[in-house]
Design a protein around this ligand. Sequence first.
Ligand SMILES: CC(C)(COP(=O)(O)OP(=O)(O)OC[C@H]1O[C@@H](n2cnc3c(N)ncnc32)[C@H](O)[C@@H]1OP(=O)(O)O)[C@@H](O)C(=O)NCCC(=O)NCCS
Length: 157
Amino acid sequence: MSEILYSQQNEKPTSGVAVRRLAYSDLPAVIAVERRSFPTPWSLAMFVLELSKPSGICLAASEGDDLLGYVICSRYDQVWHLMNIAVAPDHRRRGVAWSLMTRLVEEARGVLPFTLEVRVSNRKAIDMYERFGFRSAGVRPRYYHDNGEDALIMWLD
Ligand SMILES: CC(C)(COP(=O)(O)OP(=O)(O)OC[C@H]1O[C@@H](n2cnc3c(N)ncnc32)[C@H](O)[C@@H]1OP(=O)(O)O)[C@@H](O)C(=O)NCCC(=O)NCCS
């Protein structure tokens, strides 16, 4: 388990927060955060499927016994697809997501780009991705079935 300290450029401490591989035993806590984070949360089966892929990178941020957040990333042929990231509402704006993203990019170590889709209304997440270096590359119209919202497609090269 390794400790990630918040980068100087962000000037927010995440002392006490550890980033490590997500385990099946984390899934009950993951589901609890997921349900508080999304209007259409992933099912347990979706997390199990992602965890079972040997090429994927699934990380947890924890503090003591508490799971603060997670990121799920799948490897496709020539691209990393960031599938899901969430932080427990009580622990947001502490740099937890930034620590997860930083570790994800370290673990992916390579030349392949990252891509993701995000709801066009999700300004918080878009701000974070832009600060992290992601750039917008178009829209997928009516991508989200629950409300017909468009997805912004973002890339990090
Ligand atoms: C998006 C999310 C993961 C960010 O997690 P977080 O741990 O709070 O993010 P961080 O503290 O690491 O913030 C990193 C940067 O992201 C941006 N950001 C994070 N929360 C923000 C907010 N509420 N408003 C505006 N910008 C925000 C900022 O640029 C921030 O840096 P700053 O605090 O120095 O300004 C979190 O808000 C969340 O879980 N949201 C619900 C789930 C979700 O929408 N996931 C993304 C799906 S694509």
